[in-house]
Write a protein that binds this ligand. Structure first.
Ligand SMILES: [Fe+2]
Length: 351
């Protein structure tokens, strides 16, 4: 199986994995043969790429995301219903939050039962809608980082719950600011910045979330160098889960399409995270993030700077941006990390 961006998917190709819509309804089963009309429909619905099965990729073991789209969609549906329906009824909102915690707890149990988990960011972003999925994506990325930090289950539950609810304070920010199709004025930005404190307040009053969870929500816009808000905390004075959610939040926001701009590529987002290591982000967490959260997972189709196109067949433990690749035209394997002829060649993007 391999991942192909939607513009390169052709009729006659076979679907590698079952495709669902936002409501969790099956749109196409694995192995279905794609028609032009189906591909156009999926593109219209917002699919950026598909996992397909073809001759070129039949011997490639595709690394599935540790969270299935079914679980992701179910979390998003429950979160969005909880927030939309219950903003004025706190008691019900807190009940819904307890239910969300149970879902997160099930997900963590599943993660901890595996020997290794794989966060496939391409699959995570294959179908996306920022408003609907952002918080769930942030929870999934944060949990993957927590897993690789070998956190215990209680701490993982804290971070998963806080990440899922990190922007809940935005329900108190007017839609004219939230949905403004351009940059905010200074005054509007000051209002926007109040959302982390507002989220902390709503979650702290009268429900059974831990202090660590609510403080993580409060801290998700604090920056390692003290330039963040609301308290301008620095370094390890920022709670660890807050530092993790900060990376996950920025990464997902950068790679998402918004009404006023297209999302940037996984490569650009990874480079942004690396470039801001030690300033916005905790450098140790950035090092872990770029070693474990791979922008080019096995099965992704990539273009090289010499014009060749290949499929990633193996990831380098040392440098995620230099995997081993099967060049499609010549059916030849190159190792971007060790192969001398390829030391000056880089991946320029996905195809
Ligand atoms: Fe936020």
């Amino acid at each position: 199986m391999r991942y192909l961006t939607i513009d390169l998917v052709q009729e006659g190709m076979r679907v590698g994995k079952t495709i669902f819509n936002e409501q969790g309804v099956v749109l196409l089963n694995a192995n279905a043969v794609l028609t032009r009309a189906t591909i156009d429909r999926l593109e219209f619905l917002g699919y950026k790429g598909l996992i397909i099965e073809d001759e070129i990729s039949e011997d490639i073991e595709y690394n599935e995301n540790f969270v299935s789209n079914e679980v992701k969609f179910s979390l998003a549906r429950k979160l969005n219903n909880a927030i939309l329906v219950n903003t004025d009824n706190k008691e019900n909102l807190y009940k819904e939050i307890d239910n969300l915690k149970l879902l997160i707890s099930d997900l963590i149990n599943e993660m901890l039962s595996k020997r290794e988990i794989n966060l496939n960011l391409l699959e995570l972003k294959m179908f996306d809608n920022y408003t609907y999925f952002h918080s769930v994506n942030v929870a999934i990325i944060s949990l993957a980082i927590a897993y690789h930090l070998k956190m215990n289950k209680a701490d993982m539950l804290t971070i998963g719950t806080a990440a899922l609810l990190h922007d809940i304070g935005k329900i108190y920010i007017g839609t004219e600011i939230l949905n403004k199709p351009g940059s905010l004025t200074e005054e509007e930005f000051e209002i926007m910045k109040t959302h982390s404190k507002k989220g902390y307040d709503i979650l702290s009053n009268g429900n059974n979330l831990s202090v660590k969870t609510t403080v993580s929500v409060l801290s998700h816009h604090e920056h390692y160098d003290g330039s963040g808000y609301p308290n301008g905390l620095t370094g390890e004075n920022i709670i660890l889960s807050g530092r993790i959610i900060c990376i996950a939040d920025v990464y997902d926001a950068l790679t998402s399409d918004r009404p006023y701009r297209k999302g940037c590529s996984v490569l650009e987002a990874t480079e942004y995270i690396m470039a801001n290591s030690g300033s916005l982000f905790d450098p140790e967490l950035v090092a872990l993030f770029i070693s474990k959260v791979n922008p080019y997972p096995v099965g992704s189709s990539v273009r090289l700077s010499n014009g060749e196109i290949g499929i990633v067949v193996n990831n380098s433990e040392k440098l995620c941006l230099r995997p081993t690749i099967k060049i499609i035209e010549e059916n030849r394997i190159v190792d971007l990390f060790n192969d001398k002829d390829y030391l000056s060649i880089v991946i320029t993007g996905l195809v």
